[in-house]
Design a protein. Structure first.
Length: 510
């Protein structure tokens, strides 16, 4: 595998994704990870990511010189490149000209990185510092008009430093460059394939579980469904799936989940539906703060599971559908700041009444989870279901959650989804939903003044849910949806369309 060492840059997950797209498995670790630990993993190569620091300043994120002496190929990107040069005796300082955006780079095609790359190629730059002088033993293999060292290499030691960002799609031949590093320099053979992952996971789960009893937290979303089916295939009826209806699901969703996973569905598992709506509403009463809401919902979930587990008797394992972006965004993997505490990770209380947690999808990105789902034979309809967050409508109602507000957002969302499907757009939009803003405003209905809520419509296109753009829905569709919502949903007199991308907004509202 490849190790990606995270220095806190914004594209770090992207680096990992690109590596996996080259059919090479990789994992992200913080720069604080012990060198011995990295050595023990015996990686085929190491990639140092970008980051916000200046490597020559006191307290900057750093790495030891020994990292470059292990004989393992290292590729430094942006900050990673500067750090490599700095540590090995080159000179990094504030650039006289700050480069940002698409810049033409001239490359030396004799470098292993650039064999099949055009001599002049557009790359994505984003840096304040620059490498003024490469470290001794390095040769410069790319430059731009303002940047004398856009890339440098010490081929003999397999060390490569790239100032720009090959992982960003704006770097037109970036994937080729990463591919070249992985295959030509590290000697990877591209064996990271989904069928093998699924097979290995099932085998590993079987070994780990033995005759143990397994309890699975099923939400009906893509992640937990894929996790549940994987577990069902691995351990059959040792698995009990508990589906908690927390009253924050989309309209009719509880029944739909029961249809698929319940006794009449295609899978051989024990299925229990817990109707815990009121418990959640009680706990959420009066709570407005998003992180608090997330924590409450996450914690209540675990409590409900504990209770179910006690009824079932001794349970050894708890399954969760955590996926890799959840892990990284919660600040547990890598260096990225905590943006939201994700339901499956950050909301976990300290005390959990199970022997161990199994998270079979912990290493996968969303699109990889879908591939795994198809590999497992899960119907496409379910696999391509749009993602739904663990805390559900709880984070699509800004501020306090009440049963009345849940109903409003459910109805509005159902109308939205129905119209999107009718317009044939349901498979082409990454994620779309209605949210209830906590805003009320003045309107007029008939001859009456109203003072009611505004519904926000969100639709985004995204590849990996780490970044997203607002989708351009046909005006006609938006018009129809908003007409129906104000007519059919009580206490809504206004519909707004969210045009913000991620960043700076997130996909969900809280
Ligand atoms: P954000 O709002 O962070 O959402 O841009 C990114 C993606 O993650 C989903 N999401 C969650 N999924 N538990 C989940 O399982 C959560 O707590 C959670 N919060 C957000 C969101 O729907 C989007 O697809």
């Amino acid at each position: 595998k490849i190790i990606v060492i995270d220095f806190g840059g914004q594209y770090n997950q992207l680096v990992a994704r690109r590596v996996r797209e080259c059919s090479v498995y990789c994992e992200i670790y913080s720069y604080k990870t012990d060198l011995e630990q990295i050595k023990a993993m015996n990686p085929m190569g190491i990639i140092l990511t970008g980051g916000p620091d200046s490597c020559y300043e006191e307290g900057a994120a750093s790495c030891s010189k020994e990292l470059f002496e292990l004989g393992i190929p290292v590729l430094g990107l942006c900050y990673g490149a500067q750090l490599m040069m700095h540590v090995l005796g080159g000179h990094v300082c504030k650039a006289p000209v700050r480069e940002y955006g698409k810049i033409e780079v001239t490359v030396d095609k004799t470098s292993k990185l650039y064999g099949d790359v055009s001599e002049k190629t557009i790359c994505w730059m984003s840096h304040n510092d620059y490498i003024e002088k490469a470290a001794p033993g390095f040769r410069i293999v790319a430059h731009t008009a303002d940047c004398p060292v856009a890339a440098a290499e010490c081929a003999e030691k397999k060390l490569y430093a790239i100032q720009y960002h090959p992982e960003v799609l704006h770097t037109q031949e970036g994937t080729k460059m990463l591919h070249n590093f992985l295959y030509e320099v590290c000697g990877c053979s591209g064996t990271w394939k989904m069928d093998a992952f699924v097979e290995n996971s099932i085998r590993a789960i079987r070994e780990k579980v033995g005759n143990g009893k397994v309890l699975c937290a099923l939400s009906g979303g893509v992640d937990s469904s894929v996790a549940a089916v994987m577990l069902a295939k691995a351990v059959g009826d040792q698995l009990t799936c508990v589906f908690v209806d927390h009253g924050l699901l989309r309209k009719n969703e509880g029944d739909e989940v029961e249809e698929v996973f319940g006794p009449n569905g295609p899978y051989d598992l024990n299925f229990i539906r817990v109707n815990a709506q009121q418990r959640f509403y009680d706990k959420l009463a009066g709570v407005e703060e998003p992180e608090k809401k997330r924590k409450i919902i996450g914690e209540e979930f675990i409590r409900v599971f504990e209770e179910e587990a006690k009824k079932i008797g001794a349970v050894d394992f708890l399954v969760q559908g955590t996926i890799y972006p959840d892990v990284v965004e919660s600040g547990l993997g890598g260096e990225s700041a905590v943006i939201k505490s994700h339901h499956n990770v950050g909301g976990l209380p300290d005390y959990v009444d199970f022997k161990e947690i199994i998270e079979p999808l912990r290493d996968l990105f969303k699109d990889e989870v879908r591939k795994a789902g198809l590999e497992l034979g899960i119907p496409e309809k379910l696999v391509y279901r749009q993602p739904f967050p663990g805390p559900g409508l709880g984070i699509r109602i800004i501020g306090e959650v009440t049963p009345e507000k849940v109903k409003m957002v459910q109805e509005a969302d159902a109308i939205y989804r129905e119209e999107i499907a009718k317009a044939g757009l349901d498979r082409s939009i990454g994620q779309y939903f209605a949210a209830l803003t906590n805003m009320r405003s003045v309107g007029v209905m008939g001859d009456e003044r109203t003072y009611d809520y505004a519904i926000a419509l969100r639709a985004v296109n995204t590849i990996d849910f780490m970044t997203a753009e607002a989708a351009e829905l046909p005006w006609e569709v938006i018009g129809r949806v908003s007409n129906r919502i104000v007519n059919e949903v009580q206490h809504v007199n206004r519909v707004l369309y969210d045009c913000t991308g991620k960043p700076p907004a997130t996909i969900e509202f809280e």
